[in-house]
Ligand binder design. Sequence first.
Ligand SMILES: NCc1[nH]cc(CCC(=O)O)c1CC(=O)O
Length: 326
Amino acid sequence: MMTETTTTTTTGTLRLGTRRSKLAMAQSGLVAQAVRDVTGRPVELVEITTYGDTSRESLASIGGTGVFVSALRDALLDGAVDFAVHSLKDLPTYGAEGLVLAAVPKREDPRDALVARDGLTFEQLPDGARVGTGSPRRAAQLNAWARALGRRIETVSIRGNVDTRIGFVRSGELDAVVLAAAGLNRLGRIGEATQLISPDACLPAPGQGALAVECRADAPELAAQLAVLDDPHTRAAVTAERSLLATLEAGCSAPVGALADVLAGGPATELRLRGVVGTVDGTSLVQLSTTGPVPATGGEAAALGRELAADMLAKGAAGLMGERAL
Ligand SMILES: NCc1[nH]cc(CCC(=O)O)c1CC(=O)O
């Protein structure tokens, strides 16, 4: 831009809409600081309660429709806030009319983490160990992993914030719980993990560890300012993962794992995409991987996800997912 313009859309305090959980506040605080740094504008956090925060139903029963996201999107569209921060894995694969995904900042650790009693790793859990997770994706892969080790685990459906979930282990009610490493990192509690689970054993949820920064489509100046926070490799990776999820027509509570990572080194730099679908009991999994050049466009990244999903469907993925979301 050749001229300097001073309008209300590029100066003054920005209101950041956030969920009020400790984890959401930590995530939003990180983005708020980054936005202050790049824009020089004050940022204030506006707490918004979502249905996912108030409902005590299992996520598998209420999930798939953006339960953590809708209220934040409404606040954006109403003009109550200027931009919002979501966990990308909670964001529905369909976009929202009138909103843009202004930035996908550099991703945190995408892996799942085990928090077990007595410092145990997954391999050290005894036969019949009780492992808490509300995620069909984690249950499917952890059950399959246990079978491969020649034993069984009992997956127990739990919900709640990080304190509540780790509390089940501290109280002795469960032998272990599985949570996103990114959440523990952002809360400064990664030291409580007894194992970072290799994606070879358990692929994370599409978008896990990444954040989404959304604003209104009619605020292009703000979108351009927020875009400075975008990390192109993270955006390409999560675009491929979410395209795989969308092509499988699965929601965020379906037993679908996906992880794209940029393989650097060697003559070429490639994007690898791995995907898995399974039955919750872990008796059958369809797991496939593909690589392509690092996508230059969102369309190319999405194509990689669609292709892998088509291969998975050809191998029977649809039959393993049970109820498909719409
Ligand atoms: N399903 C809820 C949710 N959404 C995002 C995270 C963690 C942070 C992230 O993945 O970025 C969590 C908690 C968890 O899975 O342990």
